[in-house]
Design a protein around this ligand. Structure first.
Ligand SMILES: [Zn+2]
Ligand SMILES: [Zn+2]
Length: 316
């Protein structure tokens, strides 16, 4: 049984009978990509099985929404559309008013802004909807539309999550190699070298995973960006390296490392936790764990260094 089937099975109350009609409707729905109207689903279902009534299909759609398999979206057309929500992260939409196609994206910056506003206004947000209405590239230029992207949202999410993690590892590796060169403390140098080495290993693992995704979809690299991260964690290490180059003592260098790792750990953990189960979520959470391990190592080293300096100071 694949994971979708297992998930559906888990929704069935214990002892209840399988409903073959419902399973059929759910499976047809899950085969569709993008955002479909109830009418489209009715046509699809009844095209295959005339015995299933419109009322049953509508009831099943509502059941899927309640069960977390489908999400209802309103693109201002006077009717709802439905999209998968199982293993499909929450996202924002670009909506073409000419061809009615919609495109999905995510932005950590928009999300943190929404959070900031809600906190400032003492508001408990339940759902935020962001839609950009306009004309898509295909409709504007007459060029044929890009291959359907709805179906690969999960793949795009994983791709972009990996890209952010890889960029962060790269800047982390550069940061630690530079710190190892600059430090005067032999022990500190070992720590930085070890971290640079670890970042290199993680980098290789992440790159292998990226190559694996590309095998699943050879066109993946050319598909549009899904995740937008302006202030992503990888900027932290770059800023840290910049600070290092201005010259500083070993304690300060460790402190910058701690700040970078902590920021990175928090970012990936907080962001990863928000998503429905998916490969992108997995990537973020695993990466957050690695960053925490680095953070703990740096904190131990920092304490050790402070202790050594204190003892040396007493001897003098
Ligand atoms: Zn269009
Ligand atoms: Zn959508």
């Amino acid at each position: 049984m694949d994971s979708t089937a297992t998930f559906l099975e888990s929704l069935r109350p214990a002892g209840s009978k399988r409903s073959s009609k419902r399973d059929f409707i759910v499976n047809v729905f899950l085969r569709q990509e993008g955002h479909i109207t109830a009418e489209t689903l009715v046509d699809l279902i009844r095209g295959e099985d005339q015995r299933i009534s419109r009322a049953t299909i509508y009831r099943t759609l509502q059941w899927m929404v309640d069960a977390g398999i489908a999400r209802k979206v309103d693109f201002g057309e006077g009717r709802f559309r439905f999209e998968h929500s199982y293993r499909h992260p929450r996202h924002f939409h670009l909506i073409c008013k000419t061809c009615n196609r919609s495109f999905e994206f995510l932005s950590s910056d928009i999300e943190s802004l929404i959070e900031e506003v809600a906190v400032a206004r003492n508001f408990a947000p339940r759902q935020s909807v962001l839609q950009i209405h306009g004309t898509c590239e295909a409709c504007r230029t007459g060029r044929p539309p890009a291959p359907a992207e709805g179906g690969v949202t999960e793949l795009l999410f994983a791709r972009d999550a990996l890209r952010v993690a890889i960029a962060t590892e790269r800047s982390g590796r550069d940061f630690y190699s530079r710190a190892a060169r600059l430090t005067k403390d032999a022990r500190g140098r070992k720590v930085f070298e070890r971290l640079a080495e670890e970042e290199k290993e993680h980098l290789a693992t992440l790159e292998a995973r990226y190559a694996e995704l590309l095998r699943q979809d050879p066109e993946l690299e050319s598909r549009p960006a899904f995740l937008f991260f302006k202030n992503a964690a990888n900027g932290l290490f770059a800023a840290g390296a910049e600070q290092l180059s201005k010259g500083m003592n070993d304690r300060e260098a460790l402190m910058i490392g701690i700040k970078c790792e902590r920021g990175s750990h928090r970012f990936f953990k907080r962001y990863g936790e928000k998503f429905e189960d998916s490969e992108g979520k997995q990537i973020f959470l695993e990466f957050a764990d690695e960053e925490r391990a680095h953070l703990e190592l740096l904190i131990r080293e920092y304490r050790g260094l402070v202790e050594r300096q204190r003892r040396r100071g007493r001897k003098r």
